[in-house]
Each structure stands twice: as C-alpha cells, then as structure tokens.
Write a protein that binds this ligand. Structure first.
Ligand SMILES: [Zn+2]
Length: 378
C-alpha cells in the first residue's frame, strides 16, 4: 500500500489548518524518483481524475513488486485554492489574499546553484547530480517563508527538487491536450506527447515568473551551460506541465486513457518493471512558445469561437467573432483571425470578454517577433 504523508501548512486563521497529502509508491529513496501533482491551479481538475486512475494502476504494480523507483503522487496540490469559493464558483488560479498566481513565483535556483557548486564539481556525472541535488535541497532548507502560499510552494519545490521526473497536471479553459516543456528536454517528452496524443508541445527556455516545472528543470541545463567542461546532464530532472484539455473535460474514459499513457511512459523510463508498449506516432513536434499566436479581444463584447480546439488553421483564418453586444447591428461584428499556420490548441469559453482577454492560442512553427518577455499569460 502507498505510504501517506500529511504535511501541515501554517494556520491562516484561528481554528483552521490545511494539509498537503502525498501518496508514495515504491521503496523510499529508490530511483528513478517521480513527482506527480494535479490541481496546483485548484479549479483545474481533470488531472485529479487522471491521478485517481494512475494510483489504481500503481497499487496493482506495487502488489506485484513491479515498482522499481519511487512515485510520489499529490492529487490535490493546492489545499489553499480548493477553499476559495466565490459566488458559488471555485476560483483556484490566484490566491484571493493577494499572494498571486499559484503557479508562479517558485524559487529560481539557477544562479544560487551555480555559485554553490562552483568549487565542488568533478568528472563523474552521477556524483555531480547528487552534489547538485544536495545543494539545491540545502538552499531551499534555508528559506523560511511565513505566507501560507509561499510555504505551500516551498513544500512542493522541496519535495520535488531531487526528482528525476516531475509532471504538473493542469488544464486550459477549452483546449486540446498540450504540453509545456523546456527545449533541452524535447526528445524525452516527445515520447510522452505521442502516448498522450498531444496536439501541441510548446517549448521555452524561460517563460517568465518561474512556474513549478521550470523551477525544477531549468537549473540543470543552466548548470550544464555554465560548466561545459563538467559532465552535468541537462535532463537530470525531466519536468513538464501537461494541460489535460479543458476545465470541463473530466471524463472517466479520457482519464483512464491518460493514466495508461503516463503509466506506459513511466515504464519506458524505468520507473516500473517490464517493457512498455511502443509509443504511437506523434501528432506534432515541439514548437517554440514564442511562436504561439495569442489572439486577444480588441474590445469588450460577446466572444463567439469558430474553431474547435485541436484543429489546424492557416494564417488569415477566422478563429471567432467578437460581438459588440451594446451596439447590435451589422457593424457590431468584429472577425478575429490568426496570423500563423498551426494548431489552435486552446480558446476562451464563449461569453463576455474584456479588452485584451486572450481568446485563442495557435501553435505556429516560427518565433513571432513581438512574443518576448513573459510568454505565458499570468
Ligand atoms: Zn493551470
């Protein structure tokens, strides 16, 4: 049976206390170590169902002695956000106390680590990896935040910082399945994307504001670049964000299929004993996050989308219409178009939008000159 850790967060108000619950499969300390979490944005729930299905498979594998590594599974990574009900709706992307986006502001370790290991690296890759993991853990152990959200982020980062594999399960508004990765890891994640039948894989070395996956993956290739004469694998922590379609795509059959794909991929990475089935042909290659055409509403109005998530579009195609609802008539319609050839992988739900709202995202192959700075929406 899984070992269960129940980690207390600091009490935000008298008489209340929240906990993070971690289920662990396999022997403590075994490698590869895997960290899987869902619902860091607390109102993005398809991943909770996927991990429910995956846990059942891991339980069966553990009964058969088939878990080689150690798998930590957090089905609800954000107990703070889960309590944020407003007007009958769960709002889980931002902390309502002003602490910001729950998937931004993790601790950027790359420069700190570069200094910490400078005089200690050797010529053995395995020893360098162990040294860097120890140094990262010590750097995080020196932090002592007070704010409940900062404590939660530190706990998640501290538990995952020495993982070989870390996957953060999210979803978009209305969306086809897609992944965010760093380009240095596109080969390893190409296989996972194929198994998940991903419609897009978006690669960026630094998307801005340090989301969870990048706080884990980025230090490694940064260190490899900083010390090219030392053996440091840039993929010592494979970390990605998986967007499991749209918010309403909570479906047993879909989730069971996704869990099977994750299980097979973990088996192919040596986490689970046995031979994984061959991956199918990938639906897409990785494309640059700087190549995503983010179509924004030019004004307020009723957004009426025209393209289903996952469909291919060409530059100039209509992706939807904005209706200036306060001024009905022929001239109230503004057609919104994409400027790239690619896959429309996500869109806003139909409804009222405000100026600047992101209503459609299309994965193009070429970097767009104006896509600089923070590449993700906040
Ligand atoms: Zn999210």
């Amino acid at each position: 049976m899984a070992r269960i850790d129940r980690i207390a967060l600091p009490s935000p108000a008298p008489g209340t206390e929240r906990h993070l619950v971690v289920h662990r499969f396999g022997a403590a300390g075994a490698r590869p170590k895997v960290w899987l979490q869902a619902a860091l944005h607390a109102d993005e729930l398809p991943g909770v169902l996927v991990l429910h299905h995956l846990a059942a498979r891991l339980q069966r594998a553990e009964r058969d002695g088939g878990i080689v590594g150690e798998v930590a599974l957090v089905t609800l990574a954000n107990p703070i956000g889960l309590a944020q009900h407003v007007g009958g709706y769960l709002v889980g992307r931002y902390a309502l106390d002003g602490a910001g986006n729950f998937n931004r502001g993790f601790i950027e370790l790359r420069t700190l680590l570069t200094d910490a290991v400078k005089d200690h690296l050797g010529d053995n890759a395995g020893r360098n990896v162990a040294l860097i993991r120890d140094a990262a853990a010590r750097l995080l152990d020196q932090r002592d935040p007070l704010d409940e959200s900062d404590v939660l982020k530190l706990i998640l980062q501290r538990h995952a910082v020495d993982a070989d594999i870390a996957l953060d399960l999210h979803c978009d508004d209305q969306s086809a399945l897609h992944l965010y990765i760093v380009p240095q890891q596109s080969a390893a994640f190409g296989d996972l994307a194929a198994r998940l039948s991903a419609a897009a894989v978006l690669a960026a070395a630094d998307s801005g504001d340090v989301p969870f996956d990048e706080c884990l993956s980025r230090p490694w290739w940064h260190l490899a670049a900083a010390y090219p004469d030392k053996p440091i694998p840039s993929d010592a922590c494979l970390a990605a964000t998986i967007e499991l379609r749209g918010k309403i795509d909570i479906d047993d059959a879909l989730a069971a299929g996704d869990a099977a794909a994750l299980f097979d991929w973990l088996q192919s990475r040596g986490v689970i004993a046995g031979t994984a089935p061959a991956a199918p042909i990938a639906r897409c290659d990785a494309t640059p996050l700087e190549g995503v055409d983010v179509v924004k509403a030019p004004g307020t109005g009723l957004w009426v989308p025209a393209i289903a998530p996952g469909a291919r579009v060409a530059a100039g195609d209509t992706v939807g219409t904005l209706i200036a609802a306060a001024h009905p008539g022929d001239d109230a319609r503004t057609v919104l178009r994409t400027r790239v050839d690619g896959v429309l992988f996500a869109r806003a739900s139909p409804g009222l939008v405000r100026p600047g709202d992101r209503v459609a995202k299309i994965a193009g192959r070429e970097k767009l000159p104006d896509r600089t700075g923070k590449l993700l929406g906040d």
